[in-house]
Ligand binder design. Sequence first.
Ligand code: KIV
Ligand code: ZN
Length: 388
Amino acid sequence: MGKDRVHIFDTTLRDGEQVPGCKLDTTQKLVIAKRLDELGVDIIEAGFPISSPGDFNSVSEIAKLVKNATVCGLTRSVKKDIEVAADAIRHAKRPRIHTGIGTSDSHINFKFKSNRDDILERAVAAVSYAKSFVEDVEFYAEDAGRTDNEYLARVCEAVIKAGATVLNIPDTTGYCLPEEYGAKMKYLKENVKGIEKAILSCHCHNDLGLATANSIAGVINGARQIECTINGIGERAGNTSLEEVVMIMRQHPDLNLDTNINSKLLNDTSQMVSEKMGMPVQPNKAIVGSNAFAHSSGIHQDGVIKNRETYEIIDPADVGVSESSIVLTARSGRAALAYRAKNVGYELTKLQLDKVYENFLRFADQKKEVVDSDIHKIIETSDVNLAS
Ligand code: KIV
Ligand code: ZN
């Protein structure tokens, strides 16, 4: 049986780029958009066109450039926003307007100083207006994570009637637990009339480190789109990380879910975004961190040298990393030293290795990491007869 397709909606250039310090110019955004298209994302959220003339220009140029993905522009539930977004994406092969409004009580009472009925009317009006420009209209219920399910279902039903093709259920504050977020999706699937006409979408923030877990709970419970960013960049603690959700679905065939992503481009795309945005990737970041396939303790190194799968659940080549690395530190064992020594040209006998290892430990205690040039030094000063 074929797997169910989960659409990947990349918002690196919108939710990701709104982070202080991550701002890009149009040329940089075009390079990233082209790469996202090659990577196989289904939707590129190119920006928030009304926010500035520069952002309008970027969205418009991306709309002209992108060949395969849908190009989407964000709006508030405001007529002018929608008109400007429609103008910015008018050259896209597949244009989408992403409009919405806050639906939680705190958004309704404090941000809008309004009431539930008024917000529902504004949501419907925004979707209907967006629909007069494009066929594909996504609606977001901002702070859906803290919105009462019954009211959220009412809003969803009304915007589907108005023509929404996708319903975005953002956990804007990163508050939900995976069970809770999954149950919200299930509730909407079971209680919204007309839900079969729309795709439910996960949009999770990472304030409690749960964005990836929540998005996966969302798709397990019926959502078929995940909104995410490269390296998980985004407001505050960030958004769901694209590379993580893609590889979770790949590595768990039992979920019966997959995406269109060419995972071999993940590592390179991560580095490209990190460099362009000046946002370093933490070394222990899942999938794309520099330590994601590095082994440094003796026990693990011995296992990986015998068989990679003892300590690796992903083949590094599948995400564009040429090979796992065996890092030499004072915690490394003989097997790792022999392996790295062989890589730089020394085939050591057992006796030679014992001698070199003693010298290695003395050296390694003084350094964070022992590199190739150190290995030469260690072997040459180890009093071993290399000819024997
Ligand atoms: O986090 C959020 O709620 C958003 C919406 C604007 C989609 O980014
Ligand atoms: Zn967001």
